[in-house]
Design a binder for this molecule. Sequence first.
Ligand SMILES: Cc1ncc(COP(=O)(O)O)c(C=O)c1O
Length: 379
Amino acid sequence: MIYFDNSATTKMYPEALDTFMKVNQSIFGNPSSLNKLGTVANDLLQQSRKQVAQLLQVLPDEIFFTSGGTEGDNWVIKGTAMEKKAYGKHIITSSVEHPAVSRSMQQLERLGFEVTYLPVNARGVVSPADVKETLREDTILVSLMAVNNEVGAIQPIQAVGDLLAEYPTIHYHVDAVQAVLEFVPMVIHPRIDFLVLSAHKFHGPKGVGILYHKKGRRMEPLFTGGGQESGYRSSTENVAGIAATAKALRMTLENYSEKRAHTLQLRDEAARFLQSFDHVRLFSVPEGAAHILCFALKDIRGEVMVHALEEQGILISTTSACSSKKGDVPATLQSMNVPAEWSRCAVRLSFAPDNTFEELETFKQVFTQLQEKFQRIQK
Ligand SMILES: Cc1ncc(COP(=O)(O)O)c(C=O)c1O
């Protein structure tokens, strides 16, 4: 099997899986329990927090563990809205966010908040000037994704951070779930208040997220209960998952430049190959994320391509795993003004550092045969 669907999820590092199993087997105590096993579990939890903080170059008490990217995004958006509603009800985001953000925004709109959805250009990118123009006295939050999950467009996170330096009361939230190889290794921009990651996108377990929450910034908790995570995120911590997440993040960031360079070479080679067909259109741009390549073969619907490749042992996605079963027109391509007859045909290859050029060669051969077959059928 060839797995080119790493934006949907990644395979766990064996070492991270080993940590997950061992902790679940032998350190299964509740970290809030005062007994010996609870103390050991709590020590491991705090050690993992420290390690994640070190890797992200932030403070341990700025790291909170969640159940994933969706929870992190929901928490920041709704927690900010609850915290700041007395000061303002205006929020700025983009029109190409993941549903974890866009659906949270829609929920807030139903509660009386006003949301500005910034457009993107044909390359899928928001303009910092648009952010600036849209800021108002009652703006409480700017929420942008670092890397788009459908086409890999990289948003101007640093530039928006620079301009928000003049607006210190506005919360700045970055969904960096797709950005681990692109963005996180750079020091988190000092103006970012909240940054969301998800372990299953970097070879960690599903169901564990990391929230960077800048010290001094305030938002309401989303989960109330037993007061775990310093009272900000109740629920018994997934210690085994968190320890495995810390390990996966460390391993991901080890030799990060080489890993990114390899992934980029794979993506660029795939792009060169696909561009040689005049009935293929690419939607990802060279300056986008190293791991994502979105394209369409004319008149062949995305799900048909996904299944045809799957029959040959190659796993890819339509543009996002969440919308793929619903057959929705991809939101990002729509915002980029890609005509529906093309966007319905869009599929996404997403690479990880462990993918090889041999796998890409197999993809090329299979794709060449498939597109010939599709052309014959269409005639
Ligand atoms: C950009 C982005 N944000 C948020 C999420 C949601 O993350 P999770 O699956 O951990 O809830 C995803 C998942 O695909 C994503 O790509």
